[in-house]
Design a protein around this ligand. Structure first.
Ligand SMILES: NC(=O)c1ccc[n+]([C@@H]2O[C@H](COP(=O)([O-])OP(=O)(O)OC[C@H]3O[C@@H](n4cnc5c(N)ncnc54)[C@H](OP(=O)(O)O)[C@@H]3O)[C@@H](O)[C@H]2O)c1
Length: 335
């Protein structure tokens, strides 16, 4: 019974979300005065809920990385009208498509030149359940944006993150994964570009990239946190089933008719984008452990068998380094 209650609470909104144990709410976000953060995809959906919460809790500077300028302007206006002009002036929006790894490198350099500390990095941007396609580098777009783009960003920001942690601050990185990591193909090996470029369909393609988000957090914990950087934590999260553009609009791209089950029938039970922000806010401000897969509101779960495989995580990160160095010479994945 407890398991059923927790599953309902983890995935759905409203009263169902209160059935779970281990409650954490956005009001529990600590004061972030003096801290600096980066949120990818922070201008709409779950990322906006996260960014709004950080600003409400007085973060000193917040870089938001996304693609659509109109959406970014709307986000800034809505922060200004709800939290005030001074709070909105702490936002630095940077346009960057995370499939463009060369551009990510220059974005990270501009951030590192603009701040002497970085306390929070939220790797949240994502391509949702959509038709498989390749980027201009010839890499599956789900993996290129959801996983590899965030590895490149994190890697380029790592010296700044380490410097901040070495001064005695707890620095937290949070990757937006999903329970959909269970849809990754059972025979996923992450041992070659062909393996990640296999067309396995919209759901599995998305799920495979979300599996990578969890494996990356566990790999980082073993190879960075536990190897001399105890104040530098990376975790992965599942936000629940959340009412956003991904779950209302994008889902119709691969599934024009069947998508109504998710976009419409499920809509009354979904979490709001603020409810969906809760696990990320916990992971980015409060948790004291790394390498976890945190489900709503703040409950570490094991995840699938594949998500618990150190061997698969090692393969993934070796492949990530290889693909990045081959496709974008000059960019080193330092993790
Ligand atoms: N909604 C759910 O039920 C659910 C469940 C599990 C996990 N998630 C994950 O939660 C995260 C946020 O999604 P959401 O539901 O909030 O969807 P959303 O409202 O569509 O937001 C997606 C965000 O990602 C950004 N983005 C997409 N492609 C990008 C790219 N190539 N480069 C840079 N930024 C890009 C978008 O920027 P623009 O607005 O500029 O395009 C937008 O800010 C995603 O990682 C998603 O997979 C969502």
């Amino acid at each position: 019974m407890e398991t059923i209650k927790n599953t309902l609470a983890q995935n759905f909104g409203g009263n169902l979300s209160k059935l779970g144990t281990n409650q954490f709410s956005l009001d529990d976000c600590p004061h972030l005065t003096g801290k600096v953060g980066v949120v990818t995809g922070g201008t709409r959906g779950i990322g906006y809920g996260v960014a709004y919460t950080f600003l409400k809790h007085n973060i000193s500077k917040l870089y938001l990385i996304s693609v659509n300028e109109e959406v970014a302007e709307r986000a800034k206006k809505s922060i200004a009208s709800e939290l005030g002009e001074e709070v909105a002036s702490r936002i630095r929006w940077i346009k960057c498509d995370l499939s463009d790894w060369n551009h990510i490198k220059s974005v990270a350099e501009s951030i590192a030149n603009d701040t002497d500390r970085l306390d929070i990095l939220v790797n949240n941007s994502g391509r949702g359940v959509m038709t498989p396609e390749r980027t201009s580098y010839g890499v599956d777009r789900h993996m290129a944006v959801n996983h590899i783009g965030h590895v490149v960003l994190t890697s380029q920001l790592l010296p700044l993150l380490k410097k901040t942690a070495e001064k005695g601050n707890v620095v937290r990185i949070s990757n937006q994964a999903s329970t959909s990591h269970n849809s990754a193909p059972e025979d996923t090996k992450f041992d070659s570009l062909d393996d990640i470029n296999r067309d396995v369909g919209a759901n599995a393609q998305y799920g495979r990239s979300k599996l990578a988000n969890i494996l990356y957090a566990r790999y980082f914990d073993r190879n960075v946190t536990q190897k001399g950087h105890p104040n530098l934590l990376m975790n992965a999260t599942h936000p629940g089933v959340v009412s956003t553009k991904q779950s209302k609009t994008d889902i119709h791209e691969p599934f024009p008719i069947a998508g109504y089950a998710v976009s419409t029938l499920l809509e009354p039970f979904k979490k709001s984008n603020f409810e969906g922000a809760i696990p990320t806010v916990f992971a980015a401000t409060t948790t004291t452990a790394g390498g976890q897969y945190i489900c709503p509101p703040a409950t570490p779960e094991k995840g699938s068998e594949l998500a618990q495989s150190d061997k698969l995580a090692d393969n993934l990160m070796e492949l990530t380094r290889k693909v990045v160095s081959e496709k974008t010479p000059g960019i080193e994945v330092a993790i």
